[in-house]
Design a protein. Structure first.
Lengths: 364, 350
């Protein structure tokens, strides 16, 4: 092999690369992106309307989600994000842009989630976050509402014949160490005057395995977590989740304090999804519903009045959100409902008319 | 038969040990094979296929998520770019590793100069015809290889320089090298990564942002250079002083002495140590998960949260798959180092 030919080939190759490097960069969207990212967080935080402006200029919404929780936010085998929390982000993006793909998901750990929101790295945190007073006040966030009423529950084997948490006297209960679940458990049993033994493990997988091997009679954690863990048991159908919920864990999306307009967008997008279910507006019929006679539907879908103007969005905003994700009920059934592997019933998350807690103020 | 009698059953004690060892192998291998092959599920398109009390490994989970494991969330339409980068990397590396292929110099220039530039352009994009792909979309094997290869390529030359610096007679250079090595060796990698992703942005001047992945790459590269420096220094220490004195007596300058006389011999002595550091580095890449970057293992864990694939054996299958992939790479490196040792030691074999 002649070295000169190789040198020639390599030379031509390097020349091509250098020429390519000298070609100027394609202009957008990079500059816009950088401008939004380097803008100091203070300015983003301190004025009304700036978040929406930044999102519109950037061309997409930045949404913080989990690093994977079945049914709430998880990537599927094609790499698309799926879940309740994700659908909410899509609804917000659709309300703003009319296009639910204009979202960039940022998977965050429980530790990093608040820093990411404070620093302006994300616009909205939709990551199974419990609404508590300290988070709402001293951390400087505002919650936009409650997307899922969660709470600590129990899972038992069907064969044990237990149908209520009141029958758990003397039971051995598996749980995870170092979480509030252990404290809630102690409180519950003390209040009910029942005895119990606790078997605590470091990792969720260990708790599941111990329960599956029959080392304890019941497994306790947040109900949504119980449904997800049940999928990993050898025979999921042999286990039931008891109806009693012993703690309050209202999960909802949150935004930075200080931009009331952005907060309103986050809050009313969620309200629209819930109202749409109540009014029977679905992803499929949203177009026909625009000509409905019901004044409430007319106001919501923008055929009467211009309620979107109040939050800086067009009058089609609500219709766009519903067209992208469907109403609250559809989102619930698609991601975690009884026909999905998770099989969660509506329970507390049913509409107020059906005995649940989901209730949204009217659009008027 | 003769061989078995001599080696396995030469005395009562040895026979007993052989039987115990065979029994241990039996109780480990048989259930594993049963899980991985005989009871395993090979076809299916959702968790339903893998459900059931006596099902083994859930392999369809691995095929269905294969693209996620290799590319992460790199946009589907742009994945050809990653493939080209993988292909060029292999095309540059394989001839370099085969001693009989000529033109090593050009090969090295391609791999160390042209290839990194080309890889960055292709992977990051932001040029005509190549849309920008933000590094937050990278994941899986792609990230593992990017982090490991950068660490390996940067750490060897930097490590050699630091090792020479530490043995230098110039006090400033020596002090700098000693402090650098001791500081980086004294801190766990997980801390380095955490500092790189959380603290570094605070020290940077206003308006300067460094990509999260780039910060990790710098952290990993500096960290492994410190380890490499100590390995190389071990080789330098083992050189008899006569070698250096002889070279100086012949009138060679310091750089000439080092490049032509000392380093070639010293590095040959520490090939096992160098490869050990590379393998360690390759496996340490999994730690980038804590700063929110999804390497191969992180991607496997994320995909496990898909309710469509949640089944009793899915998690174990995913972990076994990741372990196997890591093993292939590490074993490959290890075998190649053995081959190199034999080749370079041709004259010294006992």
């Amino acid at each position: 092999m002649n070295n000169r030919y190789i040198a020639l080939i390599v030379g031509v190759f390097l020349g091509a690369i250098v020429t390519y490097l000298l070609v100027p960069n394609a202009p957008p969207p990079a500059p816009v992106d950088q401008a939004a990212e380097t803008a100091p967080a203070e300015t983003l935080r301190d004025a009304a309307g700036l978040t929406l402006k930044a999102v519109k200029e950037r061309g997409y919404l930045q949404c913080g989600v989990t690093q994977g929780l079945p049914g709430f936010s998880n990537p599927d085998d094609k790499g698309n994000w799926k879940g309740m929390d994700v659908d909410y982000c899509r609804a917000v993006a659709a309300a703003i842009f009319g296009d639910d793909t204009k979202v960039k998901y940022r998977p965050l750990s429980a530790k990093d989630r608040f820093t990411a929101l404070q620093s302006g790295e994300i616009d909205i945190l939709s990551r199974i976050t419990t609404w508590t007073m300290s988070r709402d006040t001293s951390l400087g966030f505002n919650f936009a509402g409650i997307i899922y009423y969660d709470g600590q529950g129990f899972m038992v084997r069907k064969s044990s014949g237990i149908t209520s948490a009141m029958q758990l006297d003397g039971a051995t209960i598996c749980t995870q160490t170092g979480t509030t679940t252990e404290l809630n458990l102690a409180d519950f049993f003390r209040t009910m005057g029942m005895k119990y033994d606790v078997l605590a493990y470091e990792k969720n997988d260990e708790v599941s395995a111990a329960y599956d091997q029959g080392r304890c009679d019941a497994y306790t954690t947040d109900a949504s977590g119980l449904y997800a863990e049940r999928l990993k048991l050898k025979n999921p159908a042999d286990h039931i989740i008891l109806p009693e919920i012993i703690s309050k864990e209202p999960l909802g999306p949150l935004v930075r304090q200080g931009d009331p307009q952005w907060e309103d967008i986050a809050r009313w997008t969620l309200n629209v999804l819930i109202n749409a279910e109540e009014l029977g507006v679905t992803q499929a019929n949203v177009e026909q519903m625009k000509s409905s006679d019901n004044p409430e539907i007319k106001r919501m879908l923008g055929s009467e009045g211009a309620y979107g103007d109040g939050i800086g969005l067009g009058k089609e905003w609500a219709a766009q959100a519903i067209a992208a994700t469907g109403n609250y009920g559809e989102i619930f059934e698609r991601n975690i409902g009884v026909n999905t592997p998770l099989g969660i019933t509506r329970g507390l998350n049913a509409l107020w008319k059906n005995g649940g807690l989901q209730y949204a103020p009217p659009i008027r | 038969m003769e061989w078995m009698r001599k080696n396995l059953f030469s005395s009562w004690g040895n026979s007993l040990l052989t039987i115990v060892a065979l029994y241990l192998v039996y109780i480990i291998i048989v259930p594993f094979l049963d899980w991985a092959v005989f009871s395993a599920v090979f076809t299916g398109d959702s968790r339903a296929a893998c459900l059931g009390p006596d099902k083994g490994a859930c392999w369809p989970f691995v095929y269905a998520n294969w693209d996620q494991f290799v590319y992460g969330r790199y946009p589907e339409a742009e994945r050809w770019r990653v493939n080209i980068v993988f292909f060029l990397g292999a095309a540059g590396l394989i001839p370099l590793l085969m001693p009989s292929v000529p033109a090593k110099l050009y090969n090295v220039i391609f791999l160390l100069v042209a290839y990194p530039v080309l890889a960055v352009i292709l992977l990051v994009g932001g040029r005509p015809g190549l849309p920008m792909v933000d590094t937050s979309y990278w994941g899986g094997l792609l990230v593992t290889l990017v982090v490991a290869v950068t660490g390996i390529v940067v750490s060897l030359p930097l490590g050699v320089l630091l090792a020479l610096g530490r043995r230098s007679e110039m006090p400033v250079i020596r002090m700098f090298s000693v402090i650098f090595i001791e500081v980086w060796r004294g801190v766990p990698l997980i801390t380095v990564l955490f500092m790189a992703s959380v603290m570094l942005p605070m020290f940077l001047p206003e308006g300067v942002t460094l990509d999260n992945l780039l910060r990790c790459l710098i952290g990993v590269a500096l960290f492994s250079s410190a380890y490499m420096a100590e390995v190389v220094r071990g080789g330098l220490q083992s050189m008899p002083k006569g070698q250096e004195e002889a070279a100086r007596a012949l009138g060679l300058s310091y750089p000439q002495t080092m490049i032509f006389i000392i380093l070639p011999q010293a590095l040959r002595h520490v090939i096992p140590g160098i490869v050990n550091t590379f393998i360690g580095l390759f496996k340490d890449t999994t730690l980038v998960l804590i700063v929110g970057i999804f390497d191969l293992l992180g991607q496997v864990r994320t995909q496990l949260s898909d309710p469509n694939w949640s089944a009793p054996q899915t998690a174990v299958t995913g972990y076994v798959f990741a372990a196997a992939l890591f093993w292939i790479f590490c074993f490959g490196m290890s075998r190649y180092s053995t081959f190199m040792e034999h080749r370079l030691n041709a004259g010294h074999q006992r």
